[in-house]
Structures are given as structure tokens and as C-alpha cells.
Design a protein around this ligand. Structure first.
Ligand code: GLN
Length: 222
């Protein structure tokens, strides 16, 4: 068991799935800070691809929905047929991580104002819930991912007002969930890609490496 766990850690570090299949992470590259996510994943030795079309998702084990403006991103996803494709990707076991605007896209319900979404995570978010400040708020707080405090950069982020009973809260800010996970879907109201700490991305990579293979849709035997 020990051995298996450390083998998994090593393979995640090398950006590979068990069996040495390389993990590939798609990053929605319509608008926003997609390049910062790519940089952090490259630092971890992981292959990334910029996703702008439904075909761009082929062969990806995981998808990152970056920060930016959720209204603009949502419109693009709906116009290009990507919204439906991303929902299928999630149903087939592809891991998804939404940060800030990306978290808004994933939420079951969006308020302030009300907005449509992909409805892949059982939570209600309030857009610009921490105020419309341009300057970022950098805080450190406890998380379930490591012993040391986690640095969290907030930029006009949403507040997660409510998270469903099956949604695990991995970190909080101001008494509200800031990093949440349900199965292979994860969302942060802050920007882990804007710090030097790779903890959150490594956690996401472990979900992508353990998930079902989106290429075949077949569940990996455990
Ligand atoms: N305020 C933006 C929105 O509502 C999100 C901000 C961000 O992603 N940094 O879409």
C-alpha cells in the first residue's frame, strides 16, 4: 500500500497516469488568465493544451476553467457548443477545476446577477461577493491539503453561499468555502495559479490521474 501510494505520487509528479500514460490537461483559453495555469502545470512537468473548440478537449484527462469574466466565457461556451461538450466530459469522468470565473461556470446556481451555468457542482455562488475591488486580497488560511497555511489570492471573486452536503470544503475564507470538491470536480474562488505554491494544482492532477479515461469513457479498475 505504502509502495502503491508513493508510486502514485511519483507518477503524478511526472504528470503520468498509472501505467505511464501521460496526463494531459486542457485549459479553456477564451479569455482570462489561462497562461498562468499553463505555466504552473508545465513547472510540474504536465502537458497542457489550450481549449477553444469541442475537438480541443479530445484526449484530455482534466480541464481547467480559469478566472476572467464568467459572462463572456459562458457566452463563448454556449456559442461554440463547448458547454455541452464539457458536461459530457464531466459525465465520462474527466476532472474539472474552475477558478474564480471558472467556479461560477461550474456552480448549479449563480446569483448577483442570476446567470446560466454548466451546473456541474452542487453550490450556489454570489458573483463579486467580496466586493468589486480591483486590488487583490491576499490571505493565508488553513486547508485540508497541507499542514502549512495556504496562500489565497482573491480578485473580484464569487462567494460560495451554499454548498451541497456531498461537496467537501477543502479551504475557507471569511467563514465561507473557498476551495471545494465533489468527486472529480473542484472549484476555487481564489487564484492558486498566481502564487508559487503548487499544492492545489497537484491535488487537481491527482484527480485527473485517477479518473476515468475521457478518451474511451471506460472506468479505470481500482
Ligand atoms: N468577477 C468575475 C465574474 O463574475 C470573476 C473574477 C475572476 O475570475 N477573477 O465573472
Amino acid at each position: 500500500m505504502e509502495h502503491e501510494v508513493s508510486a502514485m505520487r511519483i507518477s503524478i509528479f511526472r504528470g503520468t497516469r498509472a501505467g505511464d500514460e501521460k496526463v494531459k490537461i486542457g485549459i479553456l483559453a477564451v479569455q482570462g488568465d489561462f497562461e498562468a495555469h499553463a505555466a504552473i502545470l508545465h513547472q510540474l512537468g504536465v502537458d497542457t493544451v489550450e481549449v477553444r473548440t469541442p475537438a480541443g478537449l479530445e484526449g484530455c484527462n482534466g480541464l481547467i476553467l480559469p478566472g476572467g469574466e464568467s459572462t463572456t466565457q459562458l457566452q463563448f461556451l454556449q456559442e461554440e457548443g463547448l458547454a455541452e461538450k464539457i458536461q459530457q466530459f464531466a459525465r465520462r469522468g474527466g476532472a474539472i477545476f474552475g477558478t474564480c470565473a471558472g467556479a461560477i461556470l461550474l456552480a448549479n446556481e449563480v446569483r448577483n446577477p442570476k446567470q446560466d451555468s454548466l451546473k456541474l457542482l452542487d453550490m450556489t455562488v454570489l458573483r463579486n461577493g467580496y466586493g468589486r475591488q480591483v486590488a487583490s486580497d491576499v490571505v493565508s488560511g488553513p486547508s485540508k491539503l497541507k499542514k502549512e497555511p495556504l496562500e489565497m489570492v482573491f480578485i473580484r471573486g464569487p462567494i460560495i453561499e451554499h454548498a451541497g452536503p456531498d461537496v467537501e470544503v477543502l479551504a475557507e475564507y471569511g467563514g465561507k468555502p473557498a476551495l471545494v470538491q465533489h468527486g472529480h470536480i473542484m472549484a476555487a474562488t481564489f487564484h492558486p495559479e498566481l502564487t508559487d505554491d503548487t499544492t492545489v494544482h497537484q491535488h487537481f492532477l491527482s484527480l485527473a490521474a485517477n479518473g476515468t479515461s475521457p478518451a474511451t469513457g471506460s472506468a479505470k479498475s481500482k
